[in-house]
Ligand binder design. Structure first.
Ligand code: M6R
Length: 606
């Protein structure tokens, strides 16, 4: 996730407006940034790696000439955060500048093709291919809008982009597919941006672009066309009522809720994880004598789920280990044929990095799944896959958990195929289930929000809450517990449902809230017995199961039915109600869900 903004002014200097707009978009990414303007027949460009304030201190982002320009704040997906990889990107002749948010899936083949035609690439980004495609189209006699439309017709993937050119210095051309793009307009200026937060100080009149639309704006007009047919479209004007602060959160009261609702999008981005790196990781995972899944907190819970995925479909036994325990438990026994798959959203968690360093010293192979290109973890691993979630501002991991699971499920599927452990029809079925995930998540968000909000009212004074699940749902129970505990500060317990009778059941007394996570999978047949054990001791049973499972429904005091999903993907769906529960419990109890006490987003101490 990156942030883009473009602005055409009737008069005055555009750079300070773009700079301020970038600050408003910083929540979308902050590893590098840049601005390009067009003035007097030339493109002016300033960009660098680092946070916007740091770049401004070095380069003075307010000081570029001209009244038309584009800007970008980056969250790297292709190419590490660096000056050359920062946007805007230029064509060979430096007559075009482009900013882009999204992922171009076919950029490697386009790049090869363009290099064969002697285009010179400066960066490692997917975006730069678009600048060169537009350059070629302009040379063939097209105007900037036609050249951009012809270029984006060749792209596979997601994009929201804005383009300026010294050949048509009075306009910005823009296009959208899957990544958000909004136009703001007023008598003195027109804007195009990833988010209304970027321009809401200047105008409250907005038009939201739909997928497959492109257009241009000058200081006096803007027009929008369908990319496929070229037909002009009429759009509805929206009068924005949000405050600047609300706009940054897309109208949600908190980043945590916004991020919970972003999951259909972040999962579809995680499904675009780069094939060649998935293959590389799969190859290494298949080679090792032993595979450790190393992580902390929520990422550890994702690893617990992954260990079930790997063993169930790829017949690979893996060991999920809490990072801070790794050295003491396994430090002396690992070696050259050990594989360490480190999972860390930030890629900077000290416990993970210390364990990884220890493993590196023994010549073990380090692999990673992370959200941050250029993080320490990406630099110390042999190969890594990005989860493409964009920045997560809420301290509690929500969208990054489900994105990690999506990447890990893709790895498990590839490994299963490589090892010949699934029949073709099973592979096809699981692929199809993965493809449908964003839709399923969307449905689950709709089903769960209201009931969990209501439930939070009743549970706000609970002294403790129990979470139980069997099989892969044990991982969901762990994450449900962590979410609820870290946001509501209610002490919680999570156990494998079958294990609870071996001790923890002694805490149960009349009315004690016990959640069962019980999708209709092979473990389901034993869940009923566990419910009965708890009921017999007076527990109040809250059950999240599969729609239509009447037997569980009838034996529960409270019930939420979720759509049917493939067993190994169930944590992605079943965690969602608990993200809501944690969020609403925090509100009911008067706590800030975005900033839980005593916690930091990235824990860089041991
Ligand atoms: O950046 P990482 O994934 O390595 O972070 C790991 C944990 O610190 C993190 O998941 C933490 O537990 C969060 N508070 C979970 O919501």
């Amino acid at each position: 996730m990156c942030g883009i903004i473009g602005c055409v002014l009737k008069a005055g200097s555009v750079a300070p407006i773009l700079h301020k707009g970038l600050k408003r978009l910083e929540y979308r990414g902050y590893d590098s940034a840049g601005i390009a303007t067009v003035y007097n027949g030339a493109i002016y460009l300033k960009k660098d790696s680092g946070k916007i304030n740091e770049i401004h201190a070095r380069l003075n982002l307010d000081n570029l000439p001209g009244s038309i320009g584009i800007a970008h704040t980056r969250w790297a997906t292709h190419g590490a955060p660096s000056q050359v990889n920062a946007h805007p990107h230029l064509d060979c002749d430096e007559r075009i500048a482009i900013v882009h948010n999204g992922v171009i899936e076919n950029f490697l083949e386009l790049k090869e093709e363009l290099m064969d035609r002697r285009h010179t690439f400066r960066s490692k980004t997917d975006t730069e291919v678009i600048a060169h495609l537009i350059e070629e189209n302009l040379k063939s006699g097209k105007n900037l809008l036609e050249a951009t439309i012809a270029a984006v017709r060749r792209l596979k993937g997601s994009y929201a982009l804005a383009v300026i050119s010294s050949l048509e210095p009075d306009k910005i051309v823009f296009a959208r597919n899957e990544s958000p793009l909004i136009i703001g307009f007023s008598d003195s200026a027109n804007f195009v941006a990833s988010d209304v937060a970027a321009f809401i100080e200047h105008t409250r009149k907005a038009v939201f672009l739909d997928n497959g639309e492109a257009g241009y704006m000058t200081p006096s007009e803007f027009r929008i066309f369908r990319i496929d047919s070229g037909v002009e479209v009429e759009k509805r004007v929206i009068e924005l009522t949000w405050t600047v602060e609300e706009a940054e959160k897309s109208g949600y009261p908190h980043f945590t809720l916004k991020e919970i609702y972003e999951q259909p999008h972040t999962i579809s981005e995680a499904l675009k994880a780069q094939e060649k790196y998935l293959d590389l990781l799969t190859e290494f995972l298949d080679r090792g004598r032993e595979v450790f899944l190393l992580a902390a907190g929520t990422s550890h819970n994702a690893c617990v789920a992954a260990s079930y995925m790997f063993s169930k479909i790829a017949r690979l036994n893996t060991i999920p280990v809490i990072a801070s325990e790794f050295i003491e438990n396994y430090g002396r026994s690992i070696g050259i044929d050990s594989i360490i798959l480190a999972v860390s959203q930030s890629g900077e968690t000290a416990d993970v990095l210390t364990a990884v360093e220890n493993a590196r010293m023994t010549a073990a192979t380090i692999l990673a799944v992370t959200n941050v290109v250029g993080s320490t973890l990406t630099r110390v691993s042999r190969a890594y896959v990005l989860q493409n979630s964009g920045p997560e501002i809420g301290v509690a991991a929500t969208k990054t958990f489900t994105a990690q699971l999506t990447v890990l499920a893709q790895l498990a599927l590839r490994l299963a195929r490589r090892r010949g452990k699934l029949a073709q029809y099973e592979i096809d079925e699981l692929r199809e289930e993965l493809r449908k995930l964003p839709e399923l998540v969307e449905k689950t968000l709709m089903i769960s929000d209201k009931p969990m909000r209501e439930l939070a009212k009743g549970l706000a004074n609970a002294r403790s809450i129990f979470f139980l699940g069997r099989g892969i749902s044990y991982a969901t129970a762990l994450e449900a517990r962590l979410k609820v505990m870290e946001l509501s500060y209610i002490p919680c317990i999570a156990y494998p449902a079958g294990e609870s009778k071996h001790g923890p059941i002694s805490v149960i007394e009349n009315g004690y809230p016990v959640f069962f996570i019980a999708p209709y999978d092979p473990t389901r047949k034993h869940v009923l017995g566990n419910i009965m054990e708890m009921k017999a001791r007076g527990a109040k049973i809250y059950c999240v199961g599969t729609e239509g499972d009447n037997e569980l429904r009838e034996n529960s005091d409270w019930w939420l039915g979720l759509p049917k999903v493939h067993e190994i993907l169930s944590p992605i769906i079943y965690v969602i109600p608990f993200q809501f529960l944690a969020y609403y419990l925090a509100l009911e109890r008067g706590f800030d869900p975005d900033k839980p006490r005593n916690l930091a987003k990235s824990v860089t101490v041991l």
